[in-house]
Design a protein around this ligand. Structure first.
Ligand code: PAF
Length: 281
């Protein structure tokens, strides 16, 4: 695996791959890799000829009171994991190379970024869309793979690719869970063992909502309230939101008639976790 730091070198490598007629599969990450990331890489690998993974903790997508500094980083641990998966290129740009001092251009996917996490993390999806467009321009992938745990992020990137006529495909990978159901996330490492037990409340709550809806409950206010109560019956939990939205527009539904996305954000101690599930009638 070649490790590339400079964006000019990354562009040159991608031009070379294109010249050879190779399809480039890309998995952008912020590192501290887990099985969820590795599943995205396996999907990228089987759909392309050359696989590029980036590791870049993007300052632009963290709010002033969020965990940019504390976000777990361990390149020495990540590199062998990527080598084992047969990744061709690891792109690890420096912040100054991506956002030089005179940087001033941003991308905003307006409607899709406004609700759910966007309502609580101002500027987060602008940061995500901006870094992804930049990485796509540098890596020039034919396809990029994203995990469905960050469901709103996938919809934002799908819309950006469509709106800006990017000549590439976005592939979704289902949420990868621990054996007991907790969605994998680099942030799970923040949890104490007691909090780790309470973190299971998200997955259990999604199954709880599914039972309610499939059992015929249609009162959206009641479903949201019961779910919040259910989650907060676990110690150290504080619900940020429970939303029931249309899976494509991410707008709140007024009644449940077709498939809906149930999305949760919950603080477990100081750690903010998200999870979601599509419930199909
Ligand atoms: O999901 C992530 O890890 C990040 O939001 C991404 C897509 C790498 C952009 O920084």
């Amino acid at each position: 695996m070649e490790i590339v730091k400079s964006k000019e070198q990354m562009k040159a490598i991608s031009r070379g791959f294109k010249k050879e007629g190779y399809r480039i599969g890309f998995v952008p990450t912020m590192g501290y890799l887990h099985e969820g990331h590795l599943s995205l890489i396996r999907l990228a690998k089987c759909k392309s000829d050359r696989t590029v993974v980036s590791i870049f903790v993007n300052p632009l997508q963290f709010g002033p009171n969020e965990d940019f500094q504390a976000y777990p980083r361990d390149l020495e641990r990540d590199i062998p994991l990527l080598e084992k998966e047969g990744v061709d290129i690891l792109f690890v740009p420096e912040v100054e190379d991506i956002y030089p001092a005179d940087y001033q251009t941003y991308v905003e996917v307006t409607h899709l970024s406004s609700g759910l996490c966007g309502a609580f993390r101002s500027g987060h999806f602008k940061g995500v869309a901006t870094i992804l467009l930049k990485l796509f321009n540098i890596v020039k992938p034919d396809l990029a793979v994203f995990g469905e745990k960050d469901y709103q992020q996938i919809r934002v990137v799908e819309q950006m690719v469509k709106d800006l006529d990017l000549d590439m495909e976005i592939l979704r990978h289902p949420i990868v869970r621990e054996e007991d159901g907790l969605a994998m996330s680099s942030r799970n490492t923040y949890l104490s063992s007691e909090e780790r037990r309470s973190a299971l409340s998200l997955y259990q709550a999604l199954k709880f909502v599914e039972r309610l809806i499939l059992g015929g409950e249609r009162d959206l206010t009641k479903i949201r309230e019961l779910t919040k109560e259910y989650i907060e019956s676990f110690p150290h939990t504080k619900v940020q939101y429970v939303e029931i939205v249309h899976p494509h527009t991410l707008q709140s539904v007024e009644e449940i008639r077709g498939p809906v996305l149930v999305a949760l954000a919950v603080f477990v101690g100081k750690t903010r976790l998200i999870d979601n599930k599509i419930i199909d009638l």
